[in-house]
Write a new protein. Structure first.
Ligand code: COS
Length: 387
């Protein structure tokens, strides 16, 4: 599929690939053991500009666009998920609200720090009472003069305990909600009334931190509103379109690694006098995985190229996210099956990857939410879950 990639992006993809294999993959066991990305690795990622690949050049990034970042995410997807997550948030949901809809002042103030990796970011939409039904959030922001007072509790927030800067979605008009009643705010670490709640214990993705964020009469100046009051839901949806695509791209990379590992293992492992690679049962599993990876990659490339051209294609983005995340889960399941007991014990990374990919069908919109978006598009329905 190289024919779709311009030369400069091919160079970038190769650079990320080399770095991932040489510098990041050897650290996987350490991340898994310590639950942390080693500081030296983070520093190298900062120096290579990994945190600002998508941020426009005038604000200190490389401005490679969503397709460019998908290529980088595909390569990062080969390594432990902690690496792609820390980079992915700053390049995606942590910076996109400002890049897409922020004021010039916000861009100048925050984007260079996000691009350099000095600031780690987070995107706070989900709440205990509203995850899939994003418009139903109860966090509220009330205007008082030139300030807003935010009250509420978010949860499942990726990078929550680490974040220096958080985009927080809050209701400013209960009647209007998704249609002009939700506003996005920038809240910096250390703002009085803003604190980190419980850190969630998860099935996988060691080294990635998800937590509650608590806003207790947290006051922010009106200049921290992203775009205009009431535009936050649309900012969030546009941000998620980008995030869903780059997540899909990372799933392609992870699946490629699983296929490579499964293929090598199948050639090595002998049963009943022959390598299992010679058995049709194994060949069909490899063939199905390769076919699905090819399909997902085509979807990611085609959709990201269209997205960068400015087309608004949430249904195609949803199809890509749905297919790629379900694909990587099937490929991981086959990888465990091909490896047999070796896929279940912790000696090889297959067991970890099997656990780590499960969340991809949940975050950035569950598979069911993606199907709703696709079905509404087919049927021509607008809004309302009964649609
Ligand atoms: N891009 C731009 N605008 C969008 C959009 C998109 N992708 N999707 C919706 N909008 C706009 C709509 O056009 C509508 O605008 P108007 O007020 O001008 O009519 C507005 O946003 C509300 O949209 P809609 O009526 O479709 O909202 P719903 O409440 O019905 O819900 C879904 C929409 C289900 C798509 C939304 O709730 C969703 O994505 N949920 C999943 C949230 C999620 O991914 N959470 C994961 C955690 S964040 S990492």
């Amino acid at each position: 599929m190289d024919f779709l990639i311009p030369e400069d992006l091919k160079d970038l993809k190769n650079m990320v690939r080399t770095f991932v294999r040489k510098e990041l993959m050897p650290l996987e066991e350490e991340v898994e053991r310590s639950g942390k990305i080693p500081e030296e690795a983070l520093q190298k990622m900062r120096e290579l500009g990994f945190f600002g690949l998508t941020i426009p050049t005038e604000y200190g990034g490389s401005g490679i666009g969503t397709f460019g970042y998908c290529l980088a995410a595909e390569e990062l997807g080969w390594a432990h998920s902690a690496f792609k997550t820390i980079c992915g948030v700053n390049n995606g949901i942590g910076s996109k609200p400002i890049v897409l809809d922020g004021t010039e002042e916000q861009k100048r103030k925050y984007l260079p720090k996000i691009a350099s990796g000095e600031y780690i970011t987070a995107f706070a939409l989900s709440e205990p009472g509203a995850g899939s039904d994003a418009a139903n959030i109860s966090t509220q922001a009330v205007r008082k003069g030139d300030r807003y007072i935010i009250n509420g509790r978010k949860h499942f927030i990726t990078n929550g305990p680490l974040a220096d800067l958080v985009t927080v979605l809050a209701v400013t008009d209960k009647e209007k909600r998704a249609h002009g009643g939700i506003t996005a705010f920038l809240v910096e670490k250390g703002t009085p009334g803003f604190s980190v709640g419980q850190i969630h214990k998860t099935m996988g993705s060691r080294g990635v931190y998800h937590s509650e964020l608590i806003f207790d009469n947290c006051e922010v100046p009106a200049e921290n509103v992203i775009g205009k009051e009431g535009m936050g839901f649309i900012t969030a949806m546009k941000t998620l379109d980008d995030g869903r695509l780059t997540l899909a791209a990372s799933c392609v990379g992870t699946a490629e690694r699983l296929l490579e590992m499964s293929t090598e293992y199948a050639k090595r492992r002998v049963t009943f006098g022959k390598p299992i690679a010679e058995r049709q049962a194994i060949q069909w599993m490899l063939a199905d995985s390769a076919t699905e990876i090819y399909a997902a990659k085509m979807m990611v490339y085609a959709t990201a190229i269209r997205y960068d051209k400015g087309e608004r294609i949430p249904a195609e983005v949803a199809m890509t996210k749905l297919y790629a995340t379900e694909m990587v889960n099937r490929v991981a399941d086959r990888a465990v099956q091909i490896h047999g007991g070796m896929g279940w014990i912790q000696e090889l990374p297959v067991e970890r990857i099997y656990r780590d990919v499960r969340v991809t069908r949940l975050y950035e919109g569950t598979s069911e939410i993606q199907r709703i978006i696709i079905a509404r598009n087919i049927l021509g329905y607008k809004g309302g879950l009964e649609g």
